[in-house]
Design a protein around this ligand. Sequence first.
Ligand SMILES: Cc1ncc(COP(=O)(O)O)c(C=O)c1O
Length: 373
Amino acid sequence: MRINEFLLERIQSLNENLVDINLSDSGVHPYELRDLLSAREIEEMCATELGYGWTNGSEPLRDAIAALYPGRDRNQVIATNGSAEANFVMVMALLQPGDELIVVVPNYLQILGWAQAAGVVTRLVPLRQENQWIPDLAEIERAITPRTRMITLCNPNNPTGALLETQAMESLVQLARKHGLYLHADEIYKGSQLQGTEGPSFADLYEKALVTNGLSKAMAMPGLRMGWLVGPKDEIARVWHCKDYTSITTGSLSEFIACRVLEPARRAKVLTRSKHILRDNLAIITAWIERHSPLLSFIPPRAGGMAFIRYRMPINSTELVRRLVQEKSIFPVPGDAFGLDHYLRIGIGSPASHLNEGLRRLDEFFAENGFGS
Ligand SMILES: Cc1ncc(COP(=O)(O)O)c(C=O)c1O
C-alpha cells in the first residue's frame, strides 16, 4: 500500500522543534501534570499498575466519555491513542476499496490520506472564505453518488476555526440521513468556542454519526495521546476489531488522568483556561492583522487554536515559511499544507508573550522585504 506524504505533519515534524518561535501548534498550550491533579491524585497515580488494561478503553474511561454525549453508553465508545488513531481505525473499519467518501476541505487531511491509500474514492467539497468557511450543502449533495458511504468534515474546523451553528449541523444530518450515509465529524476542537456556550456534537444529532475527539487540542493535553471515537454500537465493534491490530490499548497512566479530567467540573475548568488563552490571543492577532490590512485578512476563528490568514504577497506559502524559518526562526504553517496557497495558519493557543514575539519577527520580515501595508 502506498500513502501520500502527510504534508502538514511532515513539515511540522521537520521544523517545530528547531525554531525559536513555533507558531504551528493548533491546540492550547499544554498543561503540566501538577496543575491538573492534586497531590493525592498524583500519589494514587503512582500506585497505578502499568498493565495493558482494556483494549477498547477501561469501563470507567468509556463511561466518562459516553457521559459527554447524552443517550450514548460505553458500547458506543472506543478509546484510542490520540484522535489520529481514531480517524485511522475508523477509515480501515468502515470504508472499502471502491466506496466513495466526501471530504469537506480544508481540514486536517489525515482521513483523506488514509482513505486514498485504502482505495477509497474521495470527492473533495471545498469550503470558501467568502462563505465564512461554512459548507455549501447543495455542493455536498451534488457530490453524492450511489457509491457514497460517508461524508467527513472537521468541526470546529482546522485550519479555519469556523464553527457550524446547530441548525447547519441539523441540515447536514438531514442530508446524510436522506441518503443513508455515515457522517463523520472530527470534533477535536469542540469546547473551545470563543463566544457562547458549547453546542451539540454530531453524535447527539444523528444515529449514524461517527465522532472523533480527544484530549489533545481544546483540552490541552496532547502528550497523553488520548483520543476516542463515538458511534453506533456495531460500527464501534468493527473499529475495535481493527484496533486489535494497531496499538492494542491506550496507556494506563493516560487513562488514569483522562478519567479525572473528564469529570464535568474539571473538564469545564480546563476549557475555561483554554478559552481565556484563545480569547486574549485572538485580540492580539486581530489587532495585528488590522494593522497589516489589506496585506493580511482573515475570518476571525469562532473556535479552535488557530487563525487562518490570507496574505497578498507575491510569494508561495511554502517558500514564505521556508524563509521565515531560516531568516527569523519562526514557523507558521503554510497554506499549501491544506491545499490553499497564500494563507498562513498561526497558532493562538500559546502564551501571549510567545505569540507577540512571533508577530514581531513577522513584522520585521515584512519590513525588510518591502511587504509594507
Ligand atoms: C482535526 C484534527 N484531528 C486529529 C488530530 C490529531 O490529534 P491527536 O494528537 O489527538 O492524535 C489533529 C492534530 O492536529 C487535528 O487537528
